[in-house]
Write a protein that binds this ligand. Structure first.
Ligand SMILES: [Zn+2]
Length: 318
C-alpha cells in the first residue's frame, strides 16, 4: 500500500513537471512573438509617418523650394560651401564649353573686358542697399526684376539711377510660367506692362527664370519662346559667371566674392549672376569686394546690359 502511494505520488509529480514544461514551451515563444508584433506595429507607423512627410514635401508648400533646387545654374547649390564651390566651378566650365563656339561674337572688340553685374528676382528689401553701393562706386548694373507691388519705389529708383530694368517674369512660378508658350508670354507681358505703368520704361531685355537652360521648361516651348523674343527684338541674357548666391543654405560673402573673382578674368565679356532678394544679405555684403577688385583692373569696365549688348545664351535658337 505504501509502495503504491509512493508510486502514485511520483507519477503526480512528473505529471506536474510535464505540465509546467509544456506551459513554458508554449508561453516563452508566444510572449516573444507578442513583443515582436508590438515592435513591428511601431516600425510600421514610423514608416507611414516618413512616407507622409515625403508626400508633403513633394506636393505641399515645399514644392516651390524643390523646384528651386533643381534649377540649373541658379540653384544647384544645396550642399555645403566646399561642395558648392566645386559645383560652381564645374558649372562655369560647362557653361563656357557650351558657348565657346560663339565666343567670336562677343570677344571681337577692343581688348577691354566688359563685365555686367546682374541681379535677379528683385526688387526686395535689399534693393536700396544694392543701389546705394552701386551709387557709391559709380557703377551701373542690370536688374532682372519680378512683379512685386510692395517695392514700387525701387523700380523707379533702378530706372532713375541709370541701371537697366530687365524682365525676369511677373510671378517667378516655374511650374506655371513654363507650362506653355502662352502661359510664359502672358506672364511676361503682364510684367512688361506693369514696369511701363510704374516707371515708363519699355523694357526689352529678358532673363528666363532658371536661365534658358532650366530643366523645367520643355525644349520645344523654350524654342518657341526664343523664336518669339527674337522676332520681337527682345534679347535674352544668361550668364557665364555664377556668384552661387542662390544657395538655399547659408553662403558667406567671402565665398560669393571668391566664386565671382575666381572666374571673372577668364572671359572678355562677363555676365555675372547674382540675386536681389530679402534673404540674400551676404550678396549685398560681397558686392563692394567684387566691385573694388574688378575696378582695380585697368582693362576692365563695368557696364549695364542694353539691347545692343552681345548676349550670353545657354540655349540657342534651332
Ligand atoms: Zn530667378
Amino acid at each position: 500500500m505504501a509502495q503504491e502511494d509512493k508510486q502514485q505520488k511520483r507519477s503526480r509529480v512528473w505529471k506536474r513537471y510535464a505540465v509546467i514544461l509544456l506551459l513554458l514551451l508554449v508561453l516563452i515563444p508566444s510572449s516573444f512573438s507578442v513583443i515582436l508584433m508590438f515592435q513591428m506595429a511601431g516600425l510600421r507607423s514610423a514608416v507611414k509617418e516618413l512616407q507622409s512627410e515625403v508626400r508633403m514635401w513633394k506636393s505641399g508648400s515645399n514644392q516651390e523650394a524643390f523646384v528651386e533646387t533643381v534649377r540649373i545654374g541658379e540653384d544647384v547649390e544645396i550642399f555645403e560651401d566646399e561642395a558648392t564651390a566645386d559645383i560652381i566651378a564645374l558649372e562655369n566650365k560647362l557653361i563656357w564649353d557650351d558657348i565657346e563656339q560663339n565666343a567670336q561674337d562677343w570677344n571681337s572688340d577692343s581688348g577691354i573686358r566688359r563685365v555686367y553685374l546682374t541681379f535677379d528676382d528683385g526688387p526686395s528689401s535689399n534693393t536700396d542697399k544694392i543701389l546705394d553701393i552701386l551709387n557709391e562706386y559709380g557703377v551701373k548694373a542690370t536688374f532682372f526684376v519680378c512683379g512685386n507691388e510692395r517695392y514700387m519705389e525701387e523700380y523707379q529708383r533702378i530706372a532713375d539711377e541709370g541701371h537697366t530694368l530687365g524682365m525676369h517674369s511677373y510671378s517667378h512660378k516655374f511650374r506655371e510660367i513654363y507650362q506653355s508658350t502662352e502661359a510664359f508670354l502672358d506672364d511676361m507681358n503682364r510684367l512688361h506692362d506693369y514696369l511701363y505703368e510704374v516707371t515708363g520704361v519699355d523694357s526689352k531685355i529678358v532673363r528666363f527664370p532658371g536661365g534658358s537652360s532650366n530643366t523645367i521648361c520643355e525644349k520645344d516651348v523654350m524654342q518657341d519662346l526664343i523664336a518669339y523674343l527674337s522676332q520681337e527684338g527682345m534679347p535674352y541674357f544668361d550668364w557665364n559667371v555664377s556668384s552661387g548666391d542662390a544657395a538655399s543654405s547659408y553662403i558667406s560673402a567671402e565665398r560669393i566674392a571668391k566664386n565671382v573673382l575666381d572666374n571673372v578674368w577668364k572671359y572678355d565679356s562677363v555676365i555675372i549672376l547674382m540675386h536681389d532678394a530679402s534673404n540674400k544679405d551676404t550678396t549685398v555684403e560681397a558686392l563692394p569686394m567684387i566691385i573694388e577688385k574688378i575696378l582695380e583692373s585697368e582693362d576692365t569696365v563695368l557696364l549695364p546690359i542694353t539691347e545692343d549688348t552681345s548676349p550670353i545664351q545657354h540655349v540657342q535658337a534651332n
